[in-house]
Design a protein around this ligand. Structure first.
Ligand code: SF4
Length: 697
């Protein structure tokens, strides 16, 4: 590779910040500012700035590993690939195709996510594929599809935020998860707009707000219903909009009116005057937005909770209006694209439904297979992990580390250990890879070209900037080689652009239509928003501008109208009781990313965030007799985690918080509840009942 700067994008979160990468003579890679990318205009958080350290970490895998005599030992690529092919073939022969599972990730490029879905359904013939994005934004996706007929995280560019009149951020700590995005909210306030943050903790983001509401974890749905009640009671509904652009208002209105504010106050802990102030701030300006993130979404009622916030937007005539509407702040780097191209249990490329006969026919034609040969929908992520070792006997896993990131993680770890065969592709020996029978070392972001789709629905070209170390291969090469060994010689190219060309055809006519997008356009235009149809003509294909803003004319439902969700409050799956009297909520810190598999390998990030902690209110700490830094055991019905106390007034006295980036005795997900949302199949990460115990240090 030339020693010149390559414009590319960060490997981590869904902001997909632009950066330049330049190989240095000493073999390292320098990151420099890339001001032309409008999302971050050169700014990066510490994770992005230090991302090259993972490329050359001393624990980088550069040789396949196979299990021999109980330990993982280096092996040739031929031996490792043969072992995987044998393991999958044996499982299929003995137990049927659905005994083979595939688990993907929201960090995979569009090309890899597309190929993984095709590999599962065409090569393995299994229905059992899902991915860790199910744990991220699936509730928002389900609610968005119900209400608008389409799920694109943000239906408008981030650049619209500063021009809006008010933004409600629900359960999002952007100051820690996506720091460069804060500038949009700072500009909003500089322009006279207001920011409302809803979070049980007074986070760094909440500190910047004009109004911070701190509900009990798991009560965001009731809060939204209470606000909608006041909107109705105070005559702030937009009747003309409701009449012309929506359906289902009467039922939603009745539910909201059943939730009188004093009742909401008791459930949420947010006072009626605070609720009234939030309603006033949201309704008075010409334009306003609601943006949700994992707080309301990672609940066993996440779909209804997001639906309640969408109802608020619809009743006040916000959705589909300029500088207004509902959006989801997707988390993972390719969390958006990762859910569009077929690695979800129930979907085919183009964001098509797997049980739709026309969708099956279209995709099967692109793949050159019989539509009837495509399996139907499979299990969702947690259900798939829970079935390991029983119904699912072998697993191929890419870009995920469920031993740390899955709910009820100790149980998931046991399920993984009970597999007949596990193959993992990764760049380091993650906690999950360490349990595998075969580990394949794969290329990373800067070592390969591919596309991602950021939280705005902006498709981006992540360009190769450096030569990968010898000994590693790309995930696309892995799937090509495995398909070949499993008897499918064609249809699994190793070149990302070639895959993208097929993805364009597979997505054509679907909700997420990429058919008018090319690598050339992505490079020239700094990204293109989907849908971007080709319109059936190569010349016109490059002329479609893409779609930065959705729903201004009509929603993507059959009748063009948005649908209210008739949602009612219900308790979290696990309320506190005498035995487990405190609520645990989990989340992120600025210097670590997801399961930490990459960021825990970066010295600077580890120095800033060396391990887990239990954040608790001084009153709880006093009851426990705990001082700052004392080890505290947090015990739930699923297990026990121990971490030092971090005592602060910024959290509710009935709630403790733990970040989930670490394995071992401080693993927060040992505690979390796998109760699932009935629609999105999202686990209840954000709320479970625990008790605290002092630990002798
Ligand atoms: Fe990377 Fe996200 Fe940080 Fe931007 S905010 S540098 S995309 S981790």
């Amino acid at each position: 590779m030339p020693n010149t700067a390559t414009p590319t994008h960060c490997p981590y979160c869904a902001l997909q910040c632009g950066m330049n990468l330049t190989p240095a003579p000493d073999g390292t890679v320098e990151v420099s500012e890339r001001a032309d990318f409008p999302v971050n205009r050169g700014a990066l958080c510490g994770k992005g700035r230090t991302a090259p350290a993972v490329l050359s970490t001393s624990v980088r895998l550069t040789s396949p590993l196979v299990r021999s005599g109980g330990t993982l030992v280096p092996a040739s690529w031929e031996e490792a690939l043969d072992r995987i092919a044998e393991g999958l073939t044996r499982t299929r022969t003995e137990h049927g195709p659905d005994a083979c599972g595939v688990f993907g990730g929201g960090g995979l490029t569009n090309e890899k996510a597309y190929t993984l879905g095709k590999f599962a359904r065409v090569v393995l013939g299994t229905s059992q594929i899902d991915y860790n994005g199910r744990f991220c934004m699936s509730s928002a996706a389900a609610a968005g599809i119900k209400a608008f007929g389409l799920d694109r995280g943000l239906p408008f560019p981030l650049e619209d935020i500063p021009k809006s009149g008010c933004v409600i951020l629900v359960g999002s700590n952007l100051a820690e998860t996506m720091p460069p995005s804060l500038r949009f909210f700072n500009e909003l306030r500089e322009n006279g707009g207001t920011l409302i943050v809803i979070d049980p903790r007074r986070t760094k983001t909440a500190e910047q707000a004009d109004l911070h509401l701190a509900p009990r974890p798991g009560t965001d749905l009731a809060l939204a219903l209470g606000m909608l009640h006041l909107v109705v009671a105070e005559g702030r509904t937009d009747e003309e909009y409701i009449r012309e652009r929506t359906t289902g208002w009467e039922e939603a209105r009745a539910e909201a009116l059943a939730h009188w504010p004093e009742y909401v106050e008791r459930i949420t802990g947010v006072s009626v005057p605070e609720l009234r102030e939030a309603v006033r701030m949201f309704c008075e300006p010409e334009s306003a937005m609601v943006l949700t993130a994992r707080g309301p979404e990672q609940q066993s009622k996440g779909t209804d909770t997001v639906g309640a916030w969408i109802n608020l937007c619809l009743a006040t005539g916000r959705a589909g209006r300029p500088l207004s509407g509902y959006g989801c702040l997707t988390g993972q780097g390719n969390g958006q694209g990762g859910r569009e191209h077929g690695q979800k249990a129930d979907q085919l490329p183009g964001y098509r439904k797997l049980d739709d006969p026309e969708a099956r026919r279209h995709v099967a034609e692109v793949w050159g297979v019989d539509p009837d040969s495509l399996p139907g929908p499979g299990r969702s992520a947690y259900e798939l992990l829970d079935a390991l070792g029983t119904d699912i006997r072998a697993l191929l896993l890419m870009a995920s580390n469920p031993v740390v990131s899955a709910p009820r993680a100790a149980h998931v770890e046991e399920r993984i250990k009970s597999l007949d065969f596990l193959a993992v592709c990764d760049v380091v020996l993650s906690e999950t890879a360490a349990l595998a029978d075969v580990v394949l070392p794969v290329t990373q972001w800067a070592e390969e070209t591919g596309t991602t789709t950021n939280l705005e629905g902006r498709v981006l070209l992540r360009k190769q900037a450096i030569t990968p170390p010898s000994g590693v291969r790309s995930d696309l090469e892995v799937m090509h080689e495995l398909a070949d060994r499993l008897g499918v010689e064609k249809g699994f190219p190793t070149d990302a652009e070639e895959v993208f060309e097929e993805l364009r055809r597979a997505s054509a006519g679907g909700v997420a239509d990429y058919s008018g997008i090319t690598y050339r356009r992505l490079a020239e235009e700094n990204g293109v928003f989907w849908p971007c149809p080709a319109d059936g003509d190569a010349e016109e294909a490059v002329e479609h501008p893409g779609t930065p803003r959705l729903f201004h004319d009509r929603f993507a439902t059959p009748d063009g109208r948005a649908r209210f969700a008739p949602v009612a409050h219900r308790a979290t799956a696990e309320e506190p009781d005498d035995e487990y009297p405190v609520l645990l909520t989990t989340g992120r810190v600025v210097s670590q990313y997801q399961s930490g598999a990459q960021t825990r390998r970066v010295d600077e990030l580890n120095a800033a965030a060396p391990g887990p902690f239990v954040e608790l209110h001084p009153r709880l700490a006093a009851r426990l007799g705990a001082a700052e830094g004392d080890p505290i055991a947090v015990v739930s019905r699923r297990g026990r985690a121990v971490a030092p106390a971090r005592i602060t007034n910024s959290i509710r006295p009935d709630t403790v918080f733990m970040p989930f980036h670490w394995p071992g005795e401080g693993r927060a997900n040992t505690l979390t509840n796998p109760a699932l949302d009935p629609t999105s199949r999202m686990p209840e990460f954000k709320s479970c009942a625990v008790r605290l115990e002092a630990v002798a240090s």
